[in-house]
Design a protein around this ligand. Structure first.
Ligand code: GLY
Length: 374
């Protein structure tokens, strides 16, 4: 049996795919779906999130995005949600209208030109737009937007709906979910043989496993010596009577990147700060001020919206921004962590890699690239 430590989108996706293929699995998490997956905006945006130094990450993202449509359709069916036609995606709010990256000044425009050239060199479809063309696509954009770059195949999904669907699918497959904290890994010599559960749990305190899959995001390093650190992101959800935007919009404002993700029900997600503050999940006045200030520069109408919720999540960052997926080097311990800004996007690919697929991409994520995992 596999024990999966962590009930976020990554851990639950792995559990669902393994259970579906007939493997016995148990998920352990004191509060599934309340960590980084609850905070995440759900951008499936490998193209617009790419940085020049991140070509391997881009390859992972493009491959995982290609899996998302089938993943969503099967999840919708397995979770017992309404299916058929476009409605099957409405259950997860999966949308694929692309991302529009906008620019205000000459420097921003030059950066978009360079990014467009880089994307085209990699064979990715992007379109350079004038300010007027941007506003034709998104009339609520600020008049000061001077140009943009459209990544037409970028998509997004509602991670809270995805988590709920995964939990429902696991329940229907009879997968046990232990709502308890893992305090440490059970070891027999050099081998991991299961997990110790919090003594307060009603369940047995030791859960043996043939394989432990560590998918605990930023908390993974509390259980194993993995190079994962928390990267704080504050994010807010605003609400209005109807959507202000039809696609994801992002831009650089005051030197920081801000993104706006519209949901079908009028919700607009504004994210996200990027702070290196350890395990700090306080929502701060400064964080919210910066998000709203920058969002208003892109779309002035955001100030009319009602504030829904505001949360801070912890992304699991790694030294090279690539995830750690695969055997850890310690017998009995497999890793599925370190997804940093891309956990929701990379969940289908992560599950596929752990089922032995995608050998070439799996090599990019191999934990073996870091020594000393124990
Ligand atoms: N993927 C967006 C973020 O981490 O803020």
């Amino acid at each position: 049996m596999d024990v999966i430590v962590g009930g976020g989108v990554v851990g639950l996706s792995i559990a669902w795919r393994l259970a579906r293929s007939g493997r016995r699995v148990t998920v352990v998490d004191p509060a599934p779906g309340t960590g980084a997956s609850y905070a995440a905006a759900g951008m499936l945006a490998p193209v617009s999130e790419v940085a020049f130094t991140e070509e391997p990450l881009l390859r992972l993202g493009v491959a995982s995005l290609a899996r998302w449509r089938a993943f969503a359709a099967e999840l919708t069916a397995d979770a017992g949600l309404a299916g058929g036609g476009v409605a099957e995606f409405a259950e997860l709010d999966l949308r694929a209208e692309g991302t529009l990256d906008v620019a205000f000044g000459a420097d921003d425009l030059a950066a978009l030109d360079e990014l467009a050239a880089f994307m085209e060199k990699l064979g990715l479809q992007v379109e350079r737009l004038t300010g007027r063309e941007c506003r034709r696509l998104e009339p609520m954009l600020a008049p000061s937007v001077r140009g943009g770059l459209l990544a037409p195949h970028d998509a997004w999904v509602d991670p809270r709906r995805v988590t709920r669907a995964l939990l429902a699918a696991l329940d229907r497959l009879g997968v046990p979910l232990v709502r308890s904290r893992v305090t440490s890994l059970l070891r027999d010599g050099d081998r991991v043989t299961g997990v110790h559960l919090s003594p307060a749990a009603a369940e047995a305190e030791r859960l043996p496993a043939e394989r432990v899959i560590l998918a605990a995001g930023a908390w993974s390093r509390e259980l194993a010596d993995v190079p994962v650190r928390p990267v704080k992101g504050q994010i807010m959800r605003l609400r209005g009577p109807q959507p202000l935007l039809t696609r994801c919009v992002r831009g650089m404002v005051h030197g920081t990147s801000v993104y706006l993700v519209p949901r079908g029900d009028g919700e607009l997600v504004v994210g996200a700060t990027q702070e290196e503050l350890g395990f700090d999940t306080r929502v701060t006045a400064g964080g919210l001020y910066e998000l709203l200030r920058d969002a208003r520069e892109l779309v002035p109408g955001v100030t009319e919206l009602e504030v829904g919720d505001v949360v801070a999540g912890l992304r699991p960052g790694t030294p090279d921004n690539l995830p750690l997926i695969g055997p850890s080097g310690v017998e009995g311990l497999t890793l599925a962590t370190g997804h940093h800004r891309g956990g929701v996007l990379l969940a289908p690919l992560t599950a596929a890699i752990l089922q032995g697929e995608e050998g070439e991409l799996a090599a990019l994520c191999s934990p073996g690239r870091f020594r000393d995992i124990s």
